[in-house]
Design a binder for this molecule. Structure first.
Ligand SMILES: *[C@@H]1O[C@H](CO)[C@@H](O)[C@H](O)[C@H]1NC(C)=O
Ligand SMILES: *[C@@H]1O[C@H](CO)[C@@H](O)[C@H](O)[C@H]1NC(C)=O
Ligand SMILES: *[C@@H]1O[C@H](CO)[C@@H](O)[C@H](O)[C@H]1NC(C)=O
Ligand SMILES: *[C@@H]1O[C@H](CO)[C@@H](O)[C@H](O)[C@H]1NC(C)=O
Length: 151
């Protein structure tokens, strides 16, 4: 509580300073965690090397965290590219916590994109690939490690 108060007071002080002074103080602005990937219409959701693999369009990709697999965010894969993007703010989510405690769950069965692939669901842990700096904003990029059929 005392810490929170101190933080708030610091914010107020910084808020009064000029933008230049802000930069000089090295104030860390809220950042983003960007979880991005492409889902393919294959038995394991991954691309097949050397062939034009069809993508998995309109699939619900959920970000689930903790032992209860609580859904904290979601995205739908792009109709033409199979790509999905989930954005989180670092003021609410710690990168390390997301990496260690969260997973992606595709809550649309594979049969939706190809009936011969069955009714399984895909899941993948997350992997850190780096940071992207856009102006004053730092974006932490996470991607699916590898999708697997959930048993
Ligand atoms: C894909 O094929 C290329 C060329 O044959 C090879 O160099 C690469 O290691 C392969 N990647 C995977 C993931 O199998
Ligand atoms: C899907 O991807 C295409 C190509 O990148 C883009 O033009 C389009 O806006 C995307 N659709 C949605 C709903 O994001
Ligand atoms: C997953 O999909 C099922 C079936 O469509 C639905 O009932 C359920 O609410 C979905 N779960 C989440 C967390 O969206
Ligand atoms: C559907 O999946 C089967 C089994 O993997 C594959 O042989 C077939 O080519 C797929 N069909 C399409 C349209 O991708």
């Amino acid at each position: 509580m005392a810490l929170k108060c101190l933080f708030f007071v610091s914010l107020l002080v910084v808020g009064l300073a000029t933008p230049l002074a802000k930069a000089q103080l090295g104030v860390s602005l809220p950042g983003l965690i960007r979880i991005q990937g492409t889902l393919f219409c294959t038995i394991n959701g991954n691309s097949v090397n050397g062939t034009a693999t069809p993508v998995f369009p309109n699939a619900a990709v959920l970000l689930q965290c903790g032992s209860g697999n609580t859904v904290v965010a979601s995205s739908i894969t792009n109709t033409s590219t199979g790509q999905f993007t989930i954005l989180l703010v670092t003021s609410e989510f710690l990168v390390s916590s997301v990496l260690n405690n969260c997973r992606l769950l595709v809550n649309t069965t594979l049969a939706t994109c190809n009936v011969s692939l069955g009714t399984g669901l895909l899941s993948s842990p997350l992997q850190y690939i780096g940071n992207t700096v856009q102006g004053l904003l730092t974006i932490t990029d996470l991607v699916p490690l590898v999708f697997k059929l959930l048993l």
